[in-house]
Design a protein around this ligand. Structure first.
Ligand code: GLA
Length: 354
């Protein structure tokens, strides 16, 4: 009987110390042996004490959700606006969090002026490259001390995999160049501006078999030509079980043959199937069954990430909480809820056993 008591108390002690440990663990601590964990933030996230505490506890890498994009930094030619981007850079500096730079060249969220002359006609390739150089040098130089890597080019591959055209054609870059030279120039300018930053090509729907082959071919060919591409950013805007964890694993393996650095740059897992974005406000109750499936998927994904730790440097979530995801409330795609509290999926991602 005494013995039984003894064993029961030992078991209780172990269970409670395990629970305490589990309680204490946070994303960045749990994943320290694997990769850094990042979060894309807006200015509200770094102004509110609850959200600041959450960021500091859980993340050791950050991305500016919007304020470092071309349109926001240089809305008109030669007129740079730094205040908002500076706030995020300063937050990182003050809190010892490293910053992923996002993004230097993207066909979206870039001023129309970038591609046009005073008469609204497309400029020449030479003028475009001049503008690219000016923009890239200015942004990269300003944040050199804190930005450790840049998404140099975002989403240049054709989103329509059924089309024979490899590159995205509805873009100012394409309208002017009709080839991929501008991509190479962007990487060259970024390397000139900061020889120490890691330079990434960043893309969505990156596990699609046709698209990933196109990314692979482009990066491989350009690297062979001496274009300074260090890594591939897999955005990771996923839906439950789509792509499958196996497809994610295969894609990491494939990219690891041609680059030394792979980042998950914009991870979220939406609860709905379509492309609809929902409002970021209002009373929404998320379905328990959907949340359970989301949890299983996140757990499977992070298992794949851990398995591939030698290739992965960072896994970044796109936004902090369901409260302010760009996808809106009904998609509930993140690990923290509408009140910035951890969801069950958070605990399952943090408390792994393998
Ligand atoms: C893309 C961009 C991001 C962001 C998302 C939507 O993935 O890379 O900067 O705009 O779309 O938030």
């Amino acid at each position: 009987m005494r013995r039984l008591h003894f064993f029961i108390s030992i078991a209780l002690l172990l269970a409670s110390s395990f629970a305490a440990k589990a309680q204490m663990s946070t994303l960045k601590d749990a994943y320290k042996p694997y990769f850094s964990v990042g979060v894309a933030v807006n200015l509200r996230n770094i102004s509110d004490p609850t959200q600041i505490a959450l960021i500091k506890r859980n993340f050791n890498s950050m991305t500016a959700e919007n304020v470092m994009k071309p349109q926001l930094v240089q809305p008109h030619q030669g007129e740079f606006y730094w205040d908002d981007a500076d706030k995020i850079a300063n937050f990182c500096r003050e809190n010892g969090i490293k910053l992923r730079g996002h993004c230097l060249m993207w066909y979206k969220q870039i001023g129309d002026w970038f591609f046009k002359d005073e008469d609204g006609k497309y400029v020449s390739r030479e003028v475009l490259y001049d503008r690219m150089r000016t923009h890239i040098y200015a942004v990269v130089n300003r944040y050199k001390d804190i930005v450790y890597c840049w998404d140099v080019v975002n989403e240049a591959i054709n989103p329509d995999s059924s089309s024979p055209e490899v590159y995205r054609t509805e873009s100012g870059f394409w309208e002017i160049c009709h080839d991929d030279e501008w991509i190479k120039k962007a990487f060259q300018f970024a390397r000139e501006a900061d020889p120490n930053a890691l330079l990434y090509y960043n893309e969505f729907n990156e596990c699609d078999p046709v698209k990933r082959q196109r990314i692979y071919n482009m990066v491989k060919t350009m690297k062979a030509e001496g274009v300074p591409i260090d890594g591939i950013g897999m955005q990771g805007h996923y839906r439950i079980m789509n792509p499958t964890p196996e497809a994610v694993d295969e894609t990491i393996k494939m990219f690891s043959q041609i680059v030394e650095h792979i980042h998950f740059t914009e991870l979220d897992v939406r609860l709905t199937d379509g492309n609809e974005k929902f409002p970021q406000w209002g009373d929404v109750t998320l379905d328990e069954k959907d949340l359970k499936r989301q949890e299983e998927y996140y757990v499977a994904l992070f298992k794949v990430f851990r398995k591939n730790k030698k290739y992965l440097d960072t896994v970044t979530f796109w936004n902090l909480a369901d409260a302010d995801s760009w996808l809106g409330r009904k998609n509930g795609p993140l690990l923290f809820d509408f009140d910035f509290r951890p969801k069950q999926v958070y605990r399952s991602v943090v408390n792994f056993t393998d």
